[in-house]
Structure formats: C-alpha cells, structure tokens
Design a binder for this molecule. Structure first.
Ligand code: FES
Length: 93
C-alpha cells in the first residue's frame, strides 16, 4: 500500500469531495459516490482569478498541478515525473 491508497473514514451521509496530495505529484480531486438512495449532485468548477471557469479535462480524474511545470495549467500533465518534483507533505493530524 502506498500513501495514496489510504483514505480517512468520513461519516455523515453526504457526498465528500477529497483533495488528495499525491506523493511527489499533483493535487487530485475525488468525489465520493452518492449514499444509497441519495441522488445528490456535485459540480466541480475550477475558475481563474477573474472567476471564469476552465474547461475540465475529459478524464475521470481531476488533477491540479503543484510542481509548476505543467503545460496545461492549472491541470497536471505528468511533467512532475520528469522534473524531479518532490513533495511528501503530511497533515499534522
Ligand atoms: S504536478 Fe503534475 S505536472 Fe505538475
């Protein structure tokens, strides 16, 4: 198991948006499934500093660059793998 495979248990009942710091990689946005019998809808927007939305990648995974080397800002394009980006940030809790 890698650090990316772990996920804290969330209680409550609604859908959860998790922003995961990938080891030496991007910030990955994940949305949990709807609870059984629920039809909650979540829309994710990534907007620029003027409030305009970016077109989201068509891939299922939404990954935001944090290495600064992507050519598709603000989204990860995999450049972190070749630029030697290192980030192993851990939450204090
Ligand atoms: S984190 Fe992937 S390209 Fe920057």
């Amino acid at each position: 198991m890698t650090p990316d495979d772990t996920r804290p248990e969330v209680t409550g009942g609604g859908r959860v948006v998790t922003i995961r710091c990938r080891f030496d990689g991007p910030l990955v946005v994940e949305v949990s499934e709807s609870p059984a019998g629920s039809h909650s809808h979540i829309q994710i927007l990534v907007i620029d500093h003027l409030g305009n939305p970016f077109a989201l990648p068509t891939k299922k995974l939404l990954a935001l660059c944090r290495c600064g080397q992507t050519k598709t800002r603000p989204f990860c394009d995999g450049s972190h793998k070749i630029c030697g980006f290192e980030a192993a940030d851990l939450a204090a809790g």
